[in-house]
Design a protein around this ligand. Structure first.
Ligand code: FPP
Length: 248
């Protein structure tokens, strides 16, 4: 890990490029990475967890404000009980091991998704980590756990409908800002760059609302191979694109 952040103005990017404030990653390809090496899937997830540490450090070093990671989708429950246990075991292990690093590097942990499904022990460890990092200001690391974007949007609609039914708001006042304010990402800067690794070109129910204007970057790299150079390449790719937001 690099010990100090890039000084202001020196991003380490080509041409002093614009750094995205909010980067999200669909971390895909752990299983294929392991298979290519004749290893069990869990070995791919372990290597994937190391890639998470590297990505977090790169985000800190390059001045990204928010890094959102798709760690467990609501569809991931379809995997074998053994693989689910491996994934949750890894989360438990890394939470314990990395808590000090999060605080040292100024990383605030935030969770999105219905993580209550993970059982009392993991839930309390997750919440403890959120509490213990709440005051950190350098990077917000958003971990999506048992997350699904459609469910998130439906929940926002439900809350707004309940407020309207209770007479707290007028139905005609439900606009894009009102919906965004009920999403779990409320208060975070808009998503600038969404990366998916491993050659799949799908959003898989991740941040559908939030990705409306973000740059999308699909890479062939398998997640465990995503290193600091890959992160910098992604930032350079972002800064090189002209962003028009649908206009001219
Ligand atoms: C996709 O690989 C990855 C996941 C299922 C989730 C990401 C999990 C990690 C990076 C490991 C642990 C996470 C933390 C936060 C410590 P895949 O199994 O779908 O790969 P495949 O498509 O090649 O089978």
């Amino acid at each position: 890990m690099s010990p100090s952040p890039a000084p202001e103005g020196a991003t380490g990017l080509e041409g002093g490029g614009k750094v995205p404030r909010h980067v999200a990653i669909i971390m895909d390809g752990n299983g294929r990475w392991a298979k290519q090496r004749g290893l069990p899937r869990v070995a791919g997830h372990k290597a994937g967890a190391e890639a998470v540490r590297r990505a977090m450090q790169s985000a800190v070093d390059h001045g990204v404000e928010v890094l959102t990671l798709y760690a467990f989708s609501s569809e991931n429950w379809r995997r074998s009980a053994e693989e689910i246990a491996d994934l949750t075991g890894l989360m438990r292990f890394y939470l314990e091991r990395e808590l000090a690093t999060l605080n040292k590097e100024g990383v605030r942990l935030k969770l999105i998704g219905d993580y209550s499904a993970f059982g009392a022990d993991l839930v309390s460890r997750l919440e403890r980590a959120v509490e213990h990092t709440a005051k950190n200001q350098r990077l917000t690391l958003v971990v999506a756990l048992n997350y699904g974007s459609r469910a998130e949007i439906a929940a926002a609609a439900q809350k707004l409908a309940a407020k309207a039914a209770a007479g707290e708001i007028d139905a005609s006042a439900i606009d894009e800002t009102a919906v965004a304010a009920e999403l779990q990402t409320a208060g975070l800067p808009d998503l600038d760059l969404l990366i998916r690794t491993s050659g799949e070109v799908r959003l898989s129910n991740f941040l559908l609302w939030q990705a409306a204007y973000s740059e999308l970057l699909f890479l062939d790299t398998l997640w465990p191979d995503f290193d600091e150079q890959a992160f910098v390449d992604a930032l350079n790719h972002y800064s090189a694109r002209e962003r028009r937001f649908g206009g001219r």
